[in-house]
Structure formats: structure tokens, C-alpha cells
Design a protein around this ligand. Structure first.
Ligand SMILES: Cc1cc2nc3c(=O)[nH]c(=O)nc-3n(C[C@H](O)[C@H](O)[C@H](O)COP(=O)(O)OP(=O)(O)OC[C@H]3O[C@@H](n4cnc5c(N)ncnc54)[C@H](O)[C@@H]3O)c2cc1C
Length: 525
């Protein structure tokens, strides 16, 4: 069916359907495409096919704790959602991610690795990824990288973790025609969910209230509803819909909006490499193969040392910022020879000729010359923290709905894992003669000052077996609400360190499968 602008006068003010999916990003589009056996689906999307300022403004919000990205810009509110930005880095969760480690506050996943593996394989196929994630030898064989080059074969505490980079990134373009042809599906554009209306008992969604920015109101009644509006917005809608359930839907035990996690990283310390530095771990080494190899620790080492998952990237540095500035200035001023600064910049480049030459060679991708040094880039999974959370703001959006502010906070486990992760890398690489380190101490102050996220929003509607421990059950259904489901990384109990999107796709295919079976055979007892 064609995409429909919800402002169209032919669209009635009340609609009925079997399944209503809210949000057409990675999760929502995957769900719609995989629910082909359900008779009637409506996929509702806040935006249109291009970004609009008015729709994007609904994502405003403040950062209340650690410095974070501008919430207005770090997710996208139009068809395809944040897949219009994503970088395509994929990796599936590691076995250790599912097991739960109480000493670090990491809950066990209600779904096992074996249960998810078939869906991860489907997601992998969906994204045209060729290799298994855990068999590095197989993965690297095509690139003529020998086992010898992997550090796990030299030290049992290491493990190489490889990301694959998909070319299938912009879901809005990739799936447009397929969605259009899907006869059981209507896609309503320019329509925003603003309130989830429960029945009086609070155990069923009666309808969801939607509005267009032009002011049209539409009610949708469905047998089942799925929220796939991305992590912060999923929590905002559930928290805000508090007329029947006074603290928000699915929030009897005060977990809703909590455990906001990112994949955090920070750059600190340098390694001046020797000839023994294992070149495979140079961040640029595998870029032509759409892969990158990261140096991490074995599950055993991670468990025994009570570490969060940690890995290190080695960023080659050829020139300092000053030389980069000179290159930029020369480009800008080349037609203005009377400018004195031009000659200063030329002098600076001539004085650092070799470094500049290597930098330019590396930029053009002919080959990777030896860098001056490697900048260490430390990355960890963030421990779930109830105080790291989404809070409804006193400020309102243009529908009068409270905006979502974010209070991003770390725990001592995060600080400790950064510190011990660096110490272990330095110890073992020094023992191997890989080079000389110039170290910075990873104090909590330095960490707070430098950390960044990857725009990966995780947690806020965590999955749990018991209602006491989370917001949704193992099938992503909100505990104690019969017909309301949540899709996306908001349901992940732990963040792991893999990019979330491939896991979002895997879990969305699983949810679509579960709901298709429900419609065909009735709910499983
Ligand atoms: C710069 C950048 C780089 C990234 N790189 C990577 C990467 O390399 N690897 C990786 O794994 N991940 C990456 N990500 C994260 C990735 O984009 C997200 O994980 C993914 O898009 C989330 O999918 P989603 O469906 O949950 O949300 P989205 O894709 O954001 O989709 C949510 C949809 O819901 C709609 N919506 C929201 N609220 C409402 C409402 N109230 N009513 C109706 N519709 C609504 C939105 O308009 C949007 O279309 C990156 C993100 C950014 C910003």
C-alpha cells in the first residue's frame, strides 16, 4: 500500500487494526516486514520522508548529569529513524553478555544465547554480513590474516573482537518499495503517538491517541500495539501515559526510564609502537575489508577480574592538530598569497614534512604508513545503573507533552573497568615489546571529563522474567498489560559492547515471529 499522509482528509479519525506499530526505524520497519502473515497492520511514523524541524523538535531534552550529545540531534525523527545516520558497525552479543554477573549489577537475560542465535543469523543475512562473529580465524581467513596475528594465540587473556560494517544502512530507502508492496500494511506518516490509553483495570491498551503537527487527532484501536520509538521515546510515552497507571505504564516497581546505558569510550594515553606492535590492531588496518579488529579480553579473564566488557582501539596518529590546521588553512588561503599566515603554515608543514607525507598517504588509503604513535581509545560496556535515567521535564513539546530529559550517570564499576582495562593492556603489550607507553592515569575526574557515547541508547524498559525486576517480559510484552509490546534496545537488560542495531533487528524478527504465531495459533499457554 502507498504511504499515506495522516493529514489526508480521507483518513478517518478512528482506525482499527490487528497490530499497530509505532515508529518506523530499525525496529519498526523490521517488525512490519516480518509480520506478513498477520492480516492487517498499521505502521505509524512521526515524520515524513525528509527531516522536518517541527517533527525533530519533539526530540528536545536536557542533559541533567554527565555531558552528553544534544538530544535533539542524536536520534532522527522521520521515516527510517536513526538508521538515516547510523554507521553500520555490527557485532552480535558475546556469550558472557547473557549470563548475568550480580557483582557488577548485570542481570541475566531472560532469553538465552541459543534461543537468540537463529534470529541473530537472520539479522546477519538481512544486513548482508558474511561471517560468523565468534570464529575469528574463519572471519579473517579471506583477508589472508593468519592465526599467528591474533593476540589470543600469544596470550590466553586476550581475545580479538571484530566488528563487521554493513552497507545496508538507510532503511528508509532500502525498504521503501517492499513496504509499499506489502498488501497487509498501511504506513501512516506525519502522525505522533501522544498518549497510550489503558482500560480502567489497567491491563489492556484501549487505544492510542495520535496527533499530526497540523492538529488532526486520530485514535487507533488494535489487538496489539508495539512501541518502537527508540529507547528514550519509548520510556517517555510510557511514563507520560499516567492517567490510569499513576507512575506510568509498566512501572509498578519503578524500573521504567531507568538503566539508561551507552557504549562509552574515551581517548587517553599513547603508545609509540615498536616493530613488534601487532599491526592487525591498527584501527585502519582492515578498513578496506569493512572490518575492524579490537583488542579485548577473554570471557574468563573478564569474569575472574570482575570487569565489565572492555576493549581497546589503537588510532594511528600521523600529525598533530597543528599540522592539520595548517593543511586546512593553506587550502583556504592558497589564492591569497599576500596573507602572511599562509607562509607560516607552509613553514610548519615543511618542518614536519615526513609526518605530513604519511598523513596524506593514510588519508588517500594507498597503504598505512607507520604512525608517530597510537592514541589509545578505551571502550567499555556501561553497567546498568538505576540513577542513570530518563526524567519527564517540566518543559513541554508542541503537543503539550512533557519532554524527556536525561540524567546519564556512571557507577564505580565503570570507572574501575576503564582503569584496570588500560593497566592490563599496558602490562601485556609492554611485556611483548610492542612499544613504549606514555600513560595518563584514568581517574574518575578524567573519565567524566572525556567520556563520550556512541549514540547508542540502551535500557529504560528493561526485560525481566519477573515484573518486580523490569518493564517487559521475555517476549517484550509490558508486564501485566496484555496487548502492549516494546521493541528496540530499550528492552536490553545489559548493553554488552556490540553495536545495538543488529541485535535490535534480531530481537524484532523474534518478536514478529512470536506475534505471528499468536495470531495464527492463539497465545502460548
Ligand atoms: C551518528 C550515529 C551513528 C550510529 N552508528 C551505529 C553503528 O555503527 N552501529 C549500531 O549498531 N548502531 C549505530 N547507531 C544507533 C542506531 O542508529 C540505533 O540503534 C537504531 O537506529 C535504533 O533503532 P530504533 O528502531 O529503536 O529507533 P530509530 O531508528 O530511531 O526509529 C524510531 C522511529 O520512531 C519514530 N517515532 C519516535 N517517536 C514517535 C512517536 N511518538 N510517534 C510516532 N513515531 C515516533 C521516529 O521518527 C523514528 O522513525 C548510530 C546512531 C547514530 C546517531
Amino acid at each position: 500500500m502507498p504511504f499515506i499522509d495522516a493529514n489526508d482528509n480521507l483518513i478517518p479519525e478512528e482506525l482499527k487494526t490487528d497490530i499497530c506499530i509505532i515508529g518506523a526505524g530499525a525496529a519498526g520497519i523490521t517488525l512490519a516486514r516480518n509480520l506478513k502473515t498477520v492480516k492487517d497492520i498499521i505502521l505509524v511514523e512521526s515524520g515524513n520522508f525528509e527531516m522536518s524541524g517541527a517533527s525533530q523538535s519533539l526530540y528536545k531534552g536536557k542533559n541533567l548529569a554527565l555531558k552528553y550529545y544534544d538530544l535533539l540531534k542524536c536520534r532522527l525523527r522521520y521515516m527510517g529513524g536513526t538508521t538515516n545516520h547510523w554507521g553500520g558497525y555490527c557485532r552480535s552479543n558475546d556469550p558472557i553478555d547473557y549470563e548475568g554477573r550480580a557483582e557488577l549489577g548485570l542481570p541475566k537475560w531472560p532469553i538465552s544465547k541459543d534461543e537468540l542465535t537463529p534470529y541473530i543469523n537472520l539479522a546477519k543475512t538481512e544486513l548482508d554480513l558474511k561471517y560468523d562473529f565468534f570464529e575469528n580465524t574463519e572471519l579473517l581467513k579471506d583477508k589472508k590474516i593468519s592465526k599467528e596475528q591474533l593476540l589470543e594465540n600469544h596470550h590466553p587473556d586476550f581475545q580479538t573482537k571484530v566488528f563487521q560494517i554493513t552497507k545496508k544502512r538507510r532503511f528508509r530507502e532500502i525498504y521503501k518499495h517492499e513496504l509499499q508492496k506489502q498488501t497487509n500494511l498501511q504506513v501512516l506518516l506525519n502522525l505522533n503517538a501522544i498518549h497510550i490509553q489503558l482500560n480502567e483495570q489497567g491491563d489492556n491498551v484501549k487505544e492510542i491517541i495520535f496527533k499530526t503537527i497540523k492538529g488532526k487527532k486520530i485514535l487507533i484501536k488494535a489487538k496489539k500495539f508495539i512501541l518502537s520509538c527508540h529507547a528514550i521515546e519509548n520510556a517517555r510515552l510510557l511514563l507520560k501515559s499516567n492517567d490510569v497507571a499513576k507512575t506510568g505504564i509498566g512501572n509498578t516497581y519503578d524500573h521504567l526510564g531507568r538503566y539508561f546505558m551507552e557504549h562509552i569510550y574515551l581517548k587517553a594515553s599513547k603508545l609509540i609502537p615498536s616493530d613488534s606492535f601487532p599491526k592487525l590492531y591498527d584501527f585502519k588496518e582492515l578498513r578496506d575489508s569493512k572490518l575492524n579488529a579490537n583488542l579485548s579480553f577473554s570471557d574468563n579473564y573478564t569474569r575472574e577480574n570482575q570487569l565489565l566488557q572492555y576493549y581497546c582501539r589503537f588510532y594511528p596518529v600521523y600529525v598533530e592538530d597543528k599540522e592539520k590546521d595548517s593543511l586546512r588553512n593553506i587550502k583556504r588561503n592558497i589564492n591569497e598569497p599576500y596573507k602572511y599566515e599562509l607562509y607560516n603554515d607552509i613553514k610548519n608543514l615543511v618542518n614536519n614534512f615526513n609526518d605530513v607525507k604519511n598523513f596524506l598517504i593514510s588519508q588517500f588509503g594507498f597503504y598505512n604508513p607507520a604512525p608517530k604513535y597510537y592514541q589509545l581509545d578505551h571502550r567499555i560496556e556501561q553497567a546498568p545503573n538505576p540513577d542513570s535515567r530518563i526524567i519527564l521535564s517540566n518543559d513541554k513539546d508542541l503537543f503539550g507533552m512533557p519532554l524527556a530529559d536525561i540524567q546519564w550517570k556512571l557507577t564505580d564499576h565503570d570507572y574501575r573497568s576503564f582503569k584496570l582495562g588500560q593497566a592490563k593492556i599496558v602490562k601485556e603489550l609492554s611485556a611483548m615489546g610492542a612499544g613504549r607507553f606514555e600513560l595518563e592515569e584514568l581517574t574518575p575526574d578524567l573519565i567524566r571529563e572525556r567520556i563520550k557515547g556512541h549514540y547508542h541508547h540502551i535500557g529504560t524498559t528493561r526485560m525481566s522474567n519477573l515484573e518486580e525486576d523490569g518493564v517487559v517480559d521475555k517476549n517484550c510484552k509490558v508486564h501485566n498489560v496484555n496487548n502492549l509490546y516494546v521493541a528496540g534496545s530499550s528492552t536490553f537488560p545489559t548493553a554488552g559492547y556490540s553495536g545495538p542495531t543488529m541485535m535490535i533487528i534480531a530481537m524484532s524478527i523474534r518478536l514478529a515471529n512470536h506475534l505471528s504465531n499468536d495470531f495464527l495459533y492463539g497465545p502460548k499457554k
